[in-house]
Design a protein around this ligand. Sequence first.
Ligand code: TXA
Ligand code: MG
Length: 346
Amino acid sequence: MKTQIFKIIDENNVNQSLIASAAEILKNGGLVAFPTETVYGLGGDATDKNAAKKIYAAKGRPSDNPLIIHIADPKDAELYAFTSELYYKLADAFMPGPLTVILPKKDTIPAEVTGGLDSVAVRCPSNKIASALISACGVAIAAPSANLSGSPSPTSGEHVINDLNGRIEAIIDGGISDIGLESTIVKIEGDKLILLRPGAITADALLCICENVEISPAVTEGLKKDERPLSPGMKYRHYAPKIPLVLLEGEKDKVLFFMQEAQKKEKCTLLCYDEEAELLKNENIIKIGKREDLASQARCLFSALRHADDFGSDIIYAHLPSLDGLGLALYNRLIRAAAHTVKHVD
Ligand code: TXA
Ligand code: MG
């Protein structure tokens, strides 16, 4: 298949005729990858079961891993799901933006989209290209991240082109994603929120809206054998480079010393903070932002994981993030990429 590439340089100056062409593809049952503020999505009409099947096929993704539906206005959730007071509190605080809410689904959403679950994941993105596309389509867009299954979520048009060129009808290239990590996912259970996937809307931010926030153990721990995850995506090994990734935990000087010694002894790739780069040999290192700047680390992480295999190393070392604020989202992605391999350095 020949994939059309639509380039939109400035999300504040969206070319409406490109959006209309992309929406036409979606309305005819085709697939379009598009930018959001978190990561790129691989979109299809959320009410069309055949579009869902095409999405799974294009990604090479197991079809029991449900898709998120993207809406242009938080109130549009009514068309596809049963909402609640707590949903609207979350919507007022965080939508449009990087939050996904799991709600009981209505029959307008086919079982193929939700992997057979009776709930549906709803998100209203703030990226202007995404919201223009959803509005032009006139229906919710089902979209997982636009990567091939198993590789990190794409945070640039180039990543999407590398993964999906030739497999889908069109890709809208809108440059680099603002946030760089996928949305925060919460499930509403009565007056309680269960945090299923941490993202840029932090647990502390959720606590300002709802005093009862429970962090699912799967956010930080591995699933036990035969355990059924609340969010099916949790059971898949994600974001993983091909060579082993080890996370380093310990005092900052000791971790830096470990990295310096590793460069002498092994063929290693280092994901390091900007401040460390000049104290390391300038080879096989990927800078991931300043130590205290978690937002820039979030923006860099998936691109770094995509390139970490490129140097012909035997092993990759990275810092173990803290569990605070946006750190929890970084921790969650890295601990899975590393298959829970942490080395304490002392
Ligand atoms: O930021 C994002 O959320 C991006 C952009 C494109 O919007 N999308 C994204 O989709 O990350 P995906 O498919 O890669 O991840 C969706 C996650 C999966 O782990 C899936 O299992 C979970 O959401 N999920 C979807 N529907 C669910 C449901 N009904 N109940 C529980 N988990 C659900
Ligand atoms: Mg994904």
